[in-house]
Design a protein around this ligand. Structure first.
Ligand SMILES: C[S@@+](CC[C@H](N)C(=O)[O-])C[C@H]1O[C@@H](n2cnc3c(N)ncnc32)[C@H](O)[C@@H]1O
Length: 230
């Protein structure tokens, strides 16, 4: 279902994101990349980076920019279950190796990556525990995972952001993509998704340690930074 949904909106996904979030989605990805890169400790040589649920490739673009700024060489990999999202990504991130597949069954060997990122993807995993276990498996010991997600925050600002998300986002989504169901699904999925502390516990149960959990303005998106212990 999720795959069909993203296949249906792929060509207009980026435009819808920019309009719906008033460009904040780019700031959230940028901050997530910055925090993730502070947490890794490259020991010289190339590092390998995987973006799970890479969609149209925005996170990979951001990662490459931030790694270039730090003079860190990297190999970039992306994985997504939507063929049409990957078609858009192929045009935007030709430097990355893109794979069609599901987070719960990834075509990578154990301990392949120094850094794994998932931006707005974990919420969509059909089997979250399996997806988390697979990410743990493909990370190197000591590797870092950055998860960017949406949830409801009880603060005043968070409640305002939720009000906007519930009331306005499906309308804009429908206008821009012609596929309102995708954005009603977005609202439903955020409503039942755990906040950073509860989500961190799910990752810790698989063996991760939490490095950081923080909300981004306006307290509807959050970052969870985790490490696979050595
Ligand atoms: C909301 S989009 C996020 C895309 C991108 N990460 C971004 O920041 O814009 C969610 C993406 O997750 C993908 N996806 C959902 N479930 C997945 C799964 N189990 N395995 C791999 N990709 C998945 C969808 O196809 C879609 O491209």
């Amino acid at each position: 279902m999720v795959r069909e949904l993203f296949n249906g909106i792929a060509e207009r996904y980026d435009l819808a994101n920019r309009l719906i979030s008033l460009n904040l989605d780019c700031c959230w990805r940028r901050k997530a990349c910055e925090e993730a890169l502070k947490a890794i400790s490259p020991e010289g040589g190339k590092i390998s980076v995987l973006d799970v649920a890479c969609g149209t490739g925005d996170m990979l673009l951001c990662l490459r920019k931030k790694l270039d700024e730090r003079g860190i060489e990297a190999e970039f990999y992306g994985l997504d279950c939507s063929e049409n999202m990957l078609e858009v990504a192929k045009r935007k991130v030709p430097f990355a190796r893109l794979f069609h597949g599901f987070a719960g069954d990834m075509p990578f060997g154990d301990g392949s990556f120094d850094l794994v990122t998932v931006a707005f993807g974990v919420r969509n995993f059909s089997n979250r525990k399996k997806g988390i276990e697979e990410i743990y498996r493909v990370l190197k010991p000591g590797g870092v995972l950055a998860v960017l997600e949406f949830s409801r925050n009880p603060s005043t600002l968070g409640r305002l952001a939720w009000f906007y998300t519930k009331g306005v986002v499906p309308l804009i989504g429908r206008l821009v993509t012609g596929y309102g169901e995708a954005y009603s699904y977005l609202v439903r999925s955020i409503e039942k998704f755990p906040g950073p502390e509860e989500l961190a516990e799910e990752f810790e149960r698989v063996g991760f340690s939490t490095l950081k959990a923080r909300w981004f303005f306006p307290r509807i998106a959050f970052l969870l930074l985790l490490r696979k212990d050595r």
